[in-house]
Design a protein around this ligand. Structure first.
Ligand SMILES: *Cc1c(COP(=O)(O)O)cnc(C)c1O
Length: 387
């Protein structure tokens, strides 16, 4: 069955809520409305029990303990809490942080903020395939380095960084390792023990859960990570993140993760086949350049630069048929090439003529065939107009 138009292929930006997730959430938006912190009556107890169960589900999914999960409003807040919280708590030990040029703004901007406060940040370059070089990371480590922050899966090009190797390196040097796993959770296996991860940011809305909920995993043992709270108030989440817990969001988040785990790895294989099919179609056009490593990437993720077209014009031509995103963000009306694609070494022209596809749970083979046909028509028509 084909999806409604335009066909949604922008799963890196957000995803629709799975009907099962919505169903799990609804009781907590009506009858079971209690505050999980209210310990004097059954409304509070019911909410607290739901939060407890959700916390367990999420912890198990990443091989953590429930007390190591701190709920936040999403991955942006989790990244801010991890980076600023560690920087503040470990200021006596050092003021140097290492991250990567291709990180999400929710990592880069807290780092830039810390630089204005006197911290030093090293922004690692990536190889042309989007992956970091472990040797370069090893060389960047200093005695005053307190944190390394490297994302699990890139939000534009989908590449998967070598978490296990990075974690091992950080552990050897006794430097904390944070990973932004907003795009990765539920799609690839994440294990905070096997990967030596000390802090991990999660969000629900890239995994068929609601917007406005996420979590930060914070290691409690060997080592016990110290974190300075960035939100002060009623001391929820053991004082690390104050604010009334959003029971319905938390329940939906856990359901989304449980569904994601249950469908793996079969769903990953299905998405990989759809993705490869789309890429095979696009490759029949001349001048198609894959952005990011061919196989070391999320199964539903594809990013290509297309010679001889303008990214903005291409999106305009496609918008009634498919919903995708381009490397050219049009915040001010001016097309701006993607910093991630520039970091891969793409020139301005190719960096601003890219399409990012995030194929997901509700996409069918028919969607992919339709999308491919529409893109090929649009590219050919734009190229004819240009010549
Ligand atoms: C979407 C995304 C974020 C932001 O998450 P929110 O929950 O929307 O705040 C952060 N990092 C990455 C890699 C993302 O893809």
């Amino acid at each position: 069955m084909a999806s409604q138009l335009p066909i949604y292929l922008d799963g890196h930006a957000s995803t629709p809520i799975d009907p099962q997730v919505l169903k799990a959430m609804l009781p907590y938006l009506s009858g079971q409305f209690g505050n999980p912190s209210s310990q004097g009556h059954c409304y509070g107890w019911e909410a607290a029990a739901a939060v407890k169960y959700a916390r367990q589900t999420i912890a198990e999914a990443i091989h953590a303990d429930p007390e190591e999960i701190i709920f936040t409003s999403g991955a942006t807040e989790a990244n801010n809490l991890a980076i600023k919280g560690v920087a503040e708590a470990y200021i006596q030990r050092g003021r140097h942080i290492i991250t990567v040029e291709t990180e999400h703004p929710a990592v880069l901007e807290p780092c830039r903020y810390l630089e204005r406060l006197g911290f030093e940040v090293t922004y690692l370059k990536v190889k042309p395939d989007g992956l970091i070089d472990l040797q370069t990371l090893a060389q960047a480590l200093r005695p005053d380095t307190v944190l390394v922050s490297v994302m699990a899966a890139n939000s534009e090009i989908g590449v998967l960084q070598p978490l296990t190797e990075i974690g091992a390196l950080c552990r050897t040097h006794q430097v904390l390792f944070h990973t932004d796993a907003a795009q990765a959770i539920g799609k690839i296996a994440l294990d905070v023990e096997a990967m030596s991860i000390d802090l991990m940011s999660l969000t629900a809305h890239k995994l068929y859960g609601p917007k406005g909920i996420g979590a930060l995993y914070v290691r409690r043992r060997s080592p016990r990570v110290q974190l300075a709270p960035q939100m002060h108030g009623g001391e929820q989440e053991r004082g690390v993140r104050s604010g009334t817990l959003a029971t319905h969001q938390i329940v939906g988040f856990a359901k989304a993760i449980a569904l994601g785990l249950a469908e793996q790895p079969q769903e990953g294989e299905r998405l990989r086949l759809l993705r490869d099919r789309l890429y095979a179609h696009l490759q029949t056009l001349d001048g198609i350049h894959l952005n990011g490593h061919l196989t070391q990437r999320l199964p539903g993720s594809l990013n290509v630069s297309i010679e001889g077209v303008e990214g903005a014009a291409l999106l305009l031509g496609l918008r009634s048929a498919i919903a995708v995103s381009s490397g050219s963000a049009c915040a001010s009306g001016a097309a701006k090439p993607s910093p991630v694609l520039l970091a891969l070494g793409r020139d301005h022209k190719l960096a601003s003529a890219s399409l990012r596809f995030g194929i997901g749970r509700f996409n069918t083979l028919e969607d992919i065939e339709t999308a491919a046909a529409q893109i090929m028509l649009a590219v050919q028509s734009l190229r004819r107009g240009a010549s």
